[in-house]
Design a protein around this ligand. Sequence first.
Ligand code: ADP
Ligand code: MG
Length: 707
Amino acid sequence: MSDAAVPLSAPQKALRKLGLVRDIDLALHLPLRYEDETRIVRLTDARHGEVVQVEGEVTHQEVVYRPRRQLLVTLNDGSDSAVLRFFNFYPSQQKQMAVGTRVRARGELRGGLAGLTLMHPTVRAAGGTLPEALTPVYPTVAALPQAYLRKAVLAGLAGAELSETIAPAFLNEIADLSAWDLRRALTFLHRPTPDVSLAQLEDHSHPAWQRLKTEELLAQQLSQLQSRRARERLRAPPLQAGPDGLPGRLLAVLPFQLTSAQQRVAQEIGHDIGRTQPMHRLLQGDVGSGKTVVAALAATTAIDAGWQCALMAPTEILAEQHFAKLVDWLAPLLAPLGKRVAWLTGSQKKKQRTEMLAAIESGQAALVVGTHAIIQSQVRFQRLGLALIDEQHRFGVEQRLELRRKLQGDAAPSGGSEPCSGGAWGSATLEPHLLMMSATPIPRTLAMSYYADLEVSTIDELPPGRTPVVTKLVAAHRRAEVIERIAAQIAQGRQVYWVCPLIEESEALDLRNATETHAELGSALPGQEIGLLHSRLPPAEKKEVMQRFVGGELPVLVSTTVIEVGVDVPNASLMVIEHAERFGLSQLHQLRGRVGRGTAASACVLLYSPPEGGRLGETARARLKAMVETNDGFEIARRDLEIRGPGEFLGARQSGAALLRFADLAQDAPLLEWARRVAPRLLDEAAPLAQRHVDRWLGGRADYLKA
Ligand code: ADP
Ligand code: MG
């Protein structure tokens, strides 16, 4: 390509890096703020603390050395004088501001005993025309000067194809935005007239902003709807159990009855996987609500229908737990059929792995449990009918897509994107049904926007007999009392988790901390064996420690956050989290969910230590407060979203590049409702326009929304 021959300049490279490639990308790169260079004020009229532009004659110039080297230039505009103060300056500037010249200076005006000062103002020669529009200041990087970026943006705006894609009939349903078509809105936002209310620009309530947000939300809804419809055209194997089939036999051997919520979601899932369209469903339910058994029921349905099922979990420990439980439940049912449960992780011995791979390829492995090792290319399923992903938020979009591709095995073109976006789907291509599980429920606004393409089943009831976990905040200096409490729990035959702080900067520190706590508890609790679990342990040792804790041999388990998800030890009744202020809210809630799984009264102690001499930060306090106030996973998720905002909440990996840039779900719910309403009609009545709209807004990123 000719592109490769011409080396890019530094600003050009920076543009690419910022994703500002197409005209439309540039046109949609909006200013952070504006500077008003349209008028010149008199010094006597100017307000202190504001950025002002003044023009006058230089009456004095000197370099002083106290308290540090600086250039002081006095400027008189006829109404008053002010000192322009520069700490870094060049000889050329001294020349530019020689005594007697007239200059225009712009900067923040400060009052004070010594008179008026402008700190580090920008200075140019006086005279010259004043701009008619506010000057935009764009988000940028060092290699990309504002002036260059401004020109590029204006060129992009001029070149971009911005014809109307939304018929007025639709627009009028939301507000009268048809007067503000996209071109007018963008032109205005890049070059607003000085009479505009800056407040309206800042809080994004100006019609130009409303129009932009409306368009963005519509693009998102359209794209989700397109992928939903594309999926409806895909085919999946209909999975139905025969009479007296495996699901019924599983229910018969379970030591408990399903809750009515479990029954309901199992039915929803059963209905979906019985269809010839691939299921795309999220099963959400608080920690401990019993998602695993619901997944197992779906798996037995698939197996009964003659298909394979895969269960992927984010960590080895969790995969291991699932494996143990599912083998327990299913192995006796599968054995008479000549089938088994297989196990696949990265740390597996080669011999075992080869054996598992063969069982998967031959179809003998009816259920495969593992980590992301499952999606590696050597793994070939004979016929994968159902894919289950536990703790789905821990996986990236790519990994989910990869699992869905597994049904086609290696026969599918590996370079292609997901089946439903390409032209490859047709009667020949089957997709597995997909069930994702999560203990972090998706708040409603997010479900409506980012996950509009997803069906959601919710387990909103805990199995009977659980006692709610009592959560206590304890300052770190009361650590000794906490250790006494541990002793009391052990005396009652209960078990305890102690989770060590997350030290992001250093895995080594992390480790030292866990090791020290381990030793400390060892000497404080003589005669008790304390387990230690951290990420550096070889998998075999991790497994052993975990097994001994599960088996009740270890009364206390000190751990870094490797136990975060899914671990199930009903006898554990106390969870201590050290430096709880460093954890995220969902993470704290997940950790707390490790206790209160049995019938014993359980507690969660959040040890916190404010930074030396200070107090906890505001968000840390909000998180800890939420933990004490509620045990409800939905409420926790809602507050987490409030504290972090959707970008952080979803995580970059989750959302791909498709996060909303302009719309704010908390503020723009009415616009979102509108977009949801009109998207299907637009797609039905004006498909080419709808497509143009999606391309314009999402470019190559639309795929990410479909995973
Ligand atoms: P999660 O939804 O967090 O994945 P699990 O599936 O691990 O929860 O279930 C938590 C515990 O509750 C497990 O020990 C499981 O066997 C048990 N359990 C699940 N459903 C029921 C039920 N209906 N009655 C009693 N115990 C149940
Ligand atoms: Mg689970």
